[in-house]
Ligand binder design. Structure first.
Ligand code: PLP
Length: 506
């Protein structure tokens, strides 16, 4: 052997095989045990991390190690340095934001996708990744009772795709709508395009509008108010459109929401779609990021009545549907518009299947080229639970939110600010006003801000806040997988204790 030839053993010693099966098995079991123990012990942790900004830099070395480190040592640092810096989203007393509900099926689906390590940008690159996604999106679409025009199995050209987040989904449909409109009115007219939403619409929409080149002054956030529970009024939309058209602007797009982030307002789809079509032929997208999941229960399906008038619909299965982040499901009647905007056809991806026109190449339905095998985890979630259990799971959360709402209503120091929808209760303490108006110089708002700080400062629960119509309110979002009625009772106890302390001036 000459000095520059290596035999296998030598090389293995130099770079230990990063995919050695025995090591994978050993370390994999350690990690499964670690995560299982994490869930067993999760209630021992304060829900929110108690650490200060910069804590981790002080604990870790300034540079990456040159020599390999044993997994045991790395795991020790995870337990000692990472876990204390976690806000525990899977803690049963995490009632903040919207949930991001984990499950065995979701986690293992994610694990399996990483294990297979495929990059399914087109059908040929991993046929099962594409085909499973089309099947699962049809299953889920059917569960939601979406119009058949949104499904692959429908008679029209519709279908669904899985992306990372709602931000991506809205950007994609907005690009499609923009190009469709500019093809009609001329590429140079982009400055005239106007997009509509309500003042409760998620900032994902504003971001998408900026990305696709809508003039900042042409994003209309139509005002809502408490009397309509902060839902977008079709009449207000109509007036806004008319005013724009009168000065020569071109209506492009409406983003309606089912379950707004602040207060779970439900925009009335049927009349909104009618207004959007009659006044300007707009693309309507329905953002049902959180609330959409509830539509698998027949008793909630009415919240998307009228969706047949929309062009696209999305929800985040990683919120309230047991599917690990990230998993945004987007259905559209018109994938061709998206493909027209986003298709690319480089030589190095050419293949017979794509040229046949008989396969879905998801790279043309999304912003990125490479894509994860996300349908695996959704498939595992649907199969491991079944539709019946998934419905019961959601209903359980709604029932717990109802129970919390009754507790709030039963204490005269508090009020429920907007009628509860789904599993979010928006409430506040009211001490300074007798009537519904909030003209108390901001006293109630300040008091509730203080109340929330005290509640979260206890470390026993986590809630967040919203401001709508000038009213500062606390948001109590039920949806963590491990939450049980006792955690809801406990949370209410914390709220009451802190309210007592505020009243006693402690
Ligand atoms: C959470 C949420 C979003 C943002 O979702 P991302 O997936 O983080 O982009 C958008 N809209 C609504 C209504 C939401 O609740």
């Amino acid at each position: 052997m000459t000095s520059h030839e290596l035999d296998d053993d030598d090389n293995a010693a130099r770079i230990s095989n990063p995919l050695n099966s025995d090591e994978f098995r050993r370390q994999g079991h350690m990690f499964v045990d670690f995560i299982a123990d994490y869930y067993t012990n999760i209630e021992q942790y304060p829900v929110t991390s108690q650490l200060k900004p910069g804590y981790l830099r002080d604990l870790l070395p300034p540079s990456a190690p040159f020599e390999a480190e044993p997994i045991e040592e790395i795991m020790r640092d995870i337990q000692n340095h990472i876990i204390p810096g976690i806000t525990h989203w899977q803690h049963p007393s995490h009632f903040a934001y919207f949930p991001c509900s984990a499950s065995t099926a979701g986690i293992l689906g994610e694990f399996l996708a990483a294990g297979l390590g495929v990059v399914g940008f087109n059908w040929a690159a991993a046929p099962a990744a594409t085909e499973l996604e089309t099947v699962v999106m049809d299953w889920f679409g059917e569960m939601l009772n979406l119009p058949r025009t949104f499904l692959f199995s429908g008679e029209a050209a519709g279908g669904g795709v899985i992306m990372g987040t709602t931000c991506e989904a809205i950007t994609v449909v907005l690009v499609a709508a923009r190009d469709q409109k500019l093809d009609k009115i001329g590429r140079g007219e982009i400055g005239k395009l106007v997009v509509y939403c309500s003042d409760q619409t998620h900032c994902a929409f504003e971001k998408a509008a900026k990305v696709v080149g809508i003039q900042p002054g042409n994003i209309r956030a139509v005002e809502t108010n408490k009397t309509t529970s902060f839902a977008l009024s079709p009449d207000s939309l109509k007036s806004a459109i008319r005013a724009d058209v009168a000065v020569g602007l071109v209506p492009l797009f409406l983003c309606a929401t089912i379950g707004t982030t602040s207060t779970t307002a439900v925009d009335p789809l049927e009349p909104l779609c009618r207004v959007a079509k009659e006044h300007g032929g707009m693309w309507v997208h329905v953002d049902a990021a959180y609330g959409g999941s509830a539509c698998i229960c027949p008793e909630f399906r009415h919240v998307i009545d009228g969706v047949e008038g929309a062009n696209s619909f999305s929800l985040n299965a990683h919120k309230w549907f047991l599917t690990t982040l990230d998993c945004c499901c987007l259905w559209t009647k018109d994938p061709n518009a998206i493909k027209k905007s986003l298709s690319t056809n480089p030589e190095y991806l050419k293949n017979r299947a794509s040229e046949s026109g008989h396969v879905v190449d998801y790279k043309d339905w999304q912003l990125t080229l490479s894509r994860r095998f996300r349908s695996l985890k959704l498939w595992l979630v649907l199969r491991s639970h079944g539709v019946g259990n998934l419905r019961e799971f959601l209903r359980g959360h709604v029932a717990m939110a109802e129970a919390f709402e009754r507790l709030v209503e039963g204490d005269e120091r508090f009020e429920v600010v907007v009628p509860r929808r789904f599993s979010l209760v928006c409430f506040r303490m009211v001490m300074m006003t007798l009537s519904d108006n909030d003209d108390d110089g901001g006293g109630n708002n300040l008091m509730n801000k203080k109340l929330l700080e005290r509640i979260n400062g206890s470390g026993r629960v986590l809630m967040t806040h919203a401001v709508a119509g000038g009213i500062y309110m606390l948001r109590f979002a039920v949806g963590a997988t491990l939450t049980e009625p006792k955690h809801v009772m406990e949370a209410w106890k914390v709220v009451q204790q802190q309210a007592d302390a505020i009243m006693q001036g402690v």
